[in-house]
Write a protein of this length. Sequence first.
Length: 304
Amino acid sequence: MTASTSIKGDGMKIAKEISSRIKYELGVTVSIGVSWNKIFAKLGSDYKKPDAITEFSKDNYKDIAWKLPVGDLLMVGRSTERTMKKLGICTIGDLAGAEPSILETYLGKMGLVLHTFANGWDETPVLVEGYKVPIKSIGNSTTTPRDLVSELDVKIILMALSESVGARLRENGFQCRTVEISIRDNGLYHFTRQCKLDRASNLTEEIARTAFELFQKNYNWEHPIRSLGVRGCDLVSEEMPYQLDLFMDETKREKIKKMDQVVDEIRGRFGYQSIQRAFMYQDKILAQLNAKEHTVHPQAYFHG
């Protein structure tokens, strides 16, 4: 829990009351973290178990929290922890003192988010129950089942990711005006590129085609690829009027839209593998990726 100065008292007083009432009313113990921000409060709740209250304050967090393993920090998974250790980042304090540009190079925007967490700079409020964040972008990324070594490999994964993004856009009644891709090679070099669409779209084929064109223009195959991402940005309502284009086949576009809707319905009823594009099966390992049930990002933690 984050520190409070409400009518119920400060954070420690509230934590002690919660702990006491749970123990008395339910007969179980809890561990509680108290801090001025959510990240350190969560860290404090894991610091001592099974029955403890830990406070990370602005006076003591460098002496206590910064000495903990970096893997203890929220959102640092095993893969991220391994990457950080290769960079000599072993503790939360090491992460707090790391150069942000290095973190962004190897971990993308998430590196900057984790740097903020480690320094205790995240002071976003706890959201009320039922609050829904306005969707500003819809994206998906994946660490691939194996390193990608050819354009066919990339095309298969980008299609799987684009199917996920397109389905989510249609599910939420949106179209995107910009397509963004992210690429990380097996040497952990990472970058993103984006492109404006001629017309807002939620069609899988158009998203995938744009993503692949972005890839071809921006990647020179110095190393095999380990991770790919596709994101639809600059979202607008699916019902938004648009100017007809004399050079665009509207009949064909309408057929593609109906096909996407049928695929969404079939997969919704019978599962992802119930219907697949034939070209995906040129590599059966990569074709097994169900991107819609993998890592979906409705909105980046830091947008823009």
